[in-house]
Design a protein around this ligand. Structure first.
Ligand SMILES: [Zn+2]
Length: 588
């Protein structure tokens, strides 16, 4: 894959797999490796390992493994050139301009770059409005009333889209062709006359950035009673709402550090929470949470506190999000803020009225999602059997989504107690839900295990990394055919061939040429803790293999003898048996 001297090889040498993988998976140091939850299969205990010295990764659960490029290809579902570009970008390595991109790709990437540029200019335009125009001043007064001072405006890039309907258009059309203006979603086209006009008018503008901090859309709130209250950018070549979480670009560090996320509904909430000093907050942004957003978040943390609006729509959104989060293996708590006087409190209102400390406290005390759901179920009419059935049916799907069987059964018992279920039928339905669900993918599948003997494992290690004597070792192994008939024969054959090729040995490339079973075994062996190899040790391993070879031969000879051969042949076999037995005895 990475030819010596090629760009890929250069990127691979400079890139750090721990850093790149660390952007997707939370890694903790474990011995000489780093370990985390595998992004390729669902698991509760980490079996995904990254080796900082060998620059490889391997999952002992599902068996996926490879180098930094194959990791990105697998996770981002992209081809090699794209993976290389991503790795280079993450590590700040500059790449030479690609020469052979197709005209179509060049055009698309140029279009994306232009759209991002256009959003940057629109952002500057909106900010200028809020600062310098009469209308903007009115907007600022409104914002100040909502607790957003000049400092907050600057920090979150809040701006204003004026009411005249073509101010942004006039500003942008000097530089950009009409088609691109419409493609950007910032400008709309009137259906009858084809006339162009600003999509956002008389609205507060909130820039929405992608994960890397580039503005790709705007969320806008009406200043007066205009409908709709919230209007966002449409889907464009640079923006897909289900792929973006508001504030994620600024929350990344805190998400990793604190290992949990606060999930709110809108950008006003996210801003209020972030201003309260809780920077690990993201907003699903007006829409209910989508699966790609959850996967995006899951790259930073698998623990989340959901704090949606307390109204009916917010409750429905909370429950929908819960299902999705549980399916993706998140640990979920739900914060339902108490009403303030008689007003239902969203995070923004709560923080303004009660302060940042009260919010932090509520956050800490947020109960596990099952408690929230039971509380919701208890609000239903539980005085009749039908009512209880409704409550159980409300809870059942969530119970079934709990990945752990024991936990499921515990919750089933608890629900039965809390809802005072005496009816055997309902209890039976609950315990059935608790027992029916495939448990998570087993780690350590039957496959490899400790199959290969320690001596074989150690020699494989040496062939992979003893730069000094690898070639000599390979020659010895090959000439005596010492690995013939071993379980690891194919791995040895591939490593020996690579060692004798005169080229540097790349474990990932050797692995690429192996069958699945051997590939896994090789990776597992490479991940074992090991000391610096020495030639003496190599020799003693070779002797052990010679010994085993002799034992195998002896067993063969013995079988031939027992087959009752003719006289001369028997004499030969007996002689050979004597020799082998002497050889084995002297080696002991
Ligand atoms: Zn895995």
């Amino acid at each position: 894959m990475a030819e010596a001297g090629s760009v890929a090889e250069r990127v691979k040498q400079q890139a750090d797999i721990v850093r790149v993988v660390g952007e997707y998976v939370q890694l903790k140091k474990a011995g000489q490796n780093f370990r985390g939850l595998c992004p390729f299969h669902s698991e509760k205990t980490p079996s995904f390992n990254v080796h900082p010295v060998r620059q490889i990764y391997h999952c002992f659960g599902c068996g996926k493994g490879g180098d930094v490029f194959s990791f990105v290809m697998e996770l981002e579902k992209c081809e090699f050139p794209e993976a290389m570009r991503i790795v280079a970008e993450k590590c700040g390595i500059s790449l030479p301009r690609p020469k052979q991109r197709s005209g179509e790709e060049r055009k698309e990437s140029h279009q994306r770059a232009t759209l991002i540029e256009m959003h940057r200019e629109a952002q500057a335009f909106f900010v200028k409005q809020v600062e310098g125009t009469l209308e903007g001043k009115a907007a600022r007064a409104y914002l100040e009333d909502r607790g957003l001072d000049r400092d907050a405006l600057g920090r979150f890039g809040i701006g204003y889209a004026p009411s005249d309907g073509d101010a942004l258009l006039c500003f942008l059309k000097q530089k950009y062709p009409e088609k691109l203006l419409v493609d950007s979603g910032l400008i709309s086209r009137n259906e009858q006359g084809g006339r162009l006009f600003d999509r956002f008018r008389r609205r507060i503008t909130f820039p929405i950035s992608n994960e890397s901090g580039k503005i790709v859309a705007f969320g806008c709130r009406a200043l007066g009673d205009d409908q709709p209250k919230y209007l966002n950018s449409p889907e464009t070549p640079i923006y897909s709402k289900s792929n973006v979480l508001y504030h994620l670009d600024r929350a990344k560090e805190a998400l990793r550090r604190q290992d949990f996320a606060v999930l709110v509904e809108g950008y006003m909430d996210a801003i209020a929470v972030a201003r309260a000093g809780i920077s690990n907050v993201v907003a699903s942004c007006g829409t209910s949470l989508a699966e790609p957003q959850i996967k995006l978040l899951g790259r930073f943390t698998k623990r989340v506190v959901v704090n949606y609006d307390p109204d009916a729509a917010g409750q429905a959104a909370t429950e929908r999000s819960l299902s999705l989060l549980l399916e993706q293996g998140f640990e979920v708590r739900v914060l339902a803020l108490p009403p303030i006087v008689d007003r239902k409190a969203d995070p923004d209102l709560f923080i303004r009225e009660k302060g940042a400390d009260a919010y932090s406290k509520a956050l800490k005390e947020a109960p596990p999602y099952v408690d929230y759901l039971i509380a919701r179920a208890r609000q239903m009419d539980l005085s009749t059997a039908e009512g209880k059935l409704r409550a159980v049916n409300f809870l059942l799907p969530y119970v079934q989504k709990i990945p752990n069987r024991i936990l499921r059964s515990e919750w089933a018992t608890r629900i039965a107690q809390q809802l005072r279920l005496e009816e055997p039928v309902l209890r039976a339905a609950l315990s059935k839900a608790a027992s029916e669900r495939r448990s998570e993918v087993k780690t350590q599948p039957e496959l490899v295990g400790r199959a290969a003997k320690p001596v074989e494992r150690r020699l494989i290690h040496m062939l992979a990394e003893a730069e000094g004597f690898r070639e000599e070792l390979a020659k010895q192994l090959q000439s005596a055919r010492l690995y013939q008939g071993l379980e690891t024969e194919k791995i040895f054959a591939a490593l020996v061939a690579a060692s004798l090729s005169g080229e540097p040995v790349q474990a990932t490339e050797v692995a690429a040429g192996l069958e699945e079973r051997e590939r896994r075994m090789l990776f597992e062996i490479l991940f074992e803790e090991s000391s610096e190899p020495t030639w003496d040790e190599a020799m003693s391993c070779i002797e052990a293999l010679q010994q085993r070879q002799a034992e195998r031969e002896l067993a063969d000879v013995q079988r031939s003898i027992e087959a009752n051969p003719a006289g001369p042949e028997l004499r030969g076999l007996l002689q050979k048996k004597q020799d082998l037995m002497r050889r084995i005895a002297s080696a002991r």
